[in-house]
Design a protein around this ligand. Sequence first.
Ligand code: PMV
Length: 327
Amino acid sequence: MNSEIIPLKRVSTPRQGSGRSPAKLILMGEHFVVYGSPALAIPVPALMLSVRAYQLGPSMSIPVRTEVTATARERPGVESIPASSHLLSCRDLACARLGLDPDELGISVESSIPVGAGLGSSAALSVAMARALAALAGLAGDTETDHLVRSISLDAEKLAHGRPSGVDTEVCLTERPLLFSTHQKPSPLSEKKPSRLGFLVLDTGESASTAEMVERVAGFRRASFARFESLQAETSECVTQAAFALERGDHHDLGRFLGLQQQRLDEIGVSTPSLERLVEQALDAGASGAKLSGSGGGGVVVAVCSISDMEKVRGRLRDRAIAAFGL
Ligand code: PMV
């Protein structure tokens, strides 16, 4: 783990600190981003995770260390807050970097982000925990603090799944649509999604481990290196074009790029019959394009349409007993 020592300006020593983070949705470029392609992702402020950290007073004889208040929508077979082991690892890592004693702290977490859905619950936890503990440590919201929070969040994500590209934490931190790449400064896009675009999120209700899906893709790459390189080159071009389509608010073009990327994700082995079925249903219901979002193996599909068609598409999905969350 990469620890750095940064001279920090402590403004006070408050007895509690809080931090929040939105969920994120990857529109294009997941998996290939790990190997250097760009990825296009947006924050989902309607789904939030908050952490409150507080110093336990000397009179508190029972050190309540971690109290989890979960409001996240339940998905079968998963905890509604990222696994408590990850929660404790995040806490311990942030405490070590900020000079805090985890045994003297109470932490409470509240979240509406479904876990294992590809919506970035673990990145949101990493970011919100780093923010809350930095605030508890009395750090000012200045550039050095931002830099430290970014570095702690990314290290916490490494604990969760080994080799994160950083796209999830970056969107959670900046809370802006981003064109992200591992070897360039991320380009924030217009602050708001164009008002002409509607996004629908359809959940398979199934979960997969990000680490396992990243490893599956690594296996495909080892076995078919030339093919992977070619898919990666196509992805890079497609993601850049999709970012232009997003900025223009062009749901036809964006939908076409989503569809092309879904085929590539299927080829590298991260789609599933349930994801394919939801993509098909979204298209049948009138979406301009749809693909899986996040690490795949389960999780969610994102579909795009014009904002004026969104309720119609959603209604048709509802008629087929498919719930869709609108953005
Ligand atoms: O874990 P998820 O579903 O949020 O997906 C992470 C995105 C990947 O590209 C698969 C991994 C990464 O670190 O970029």
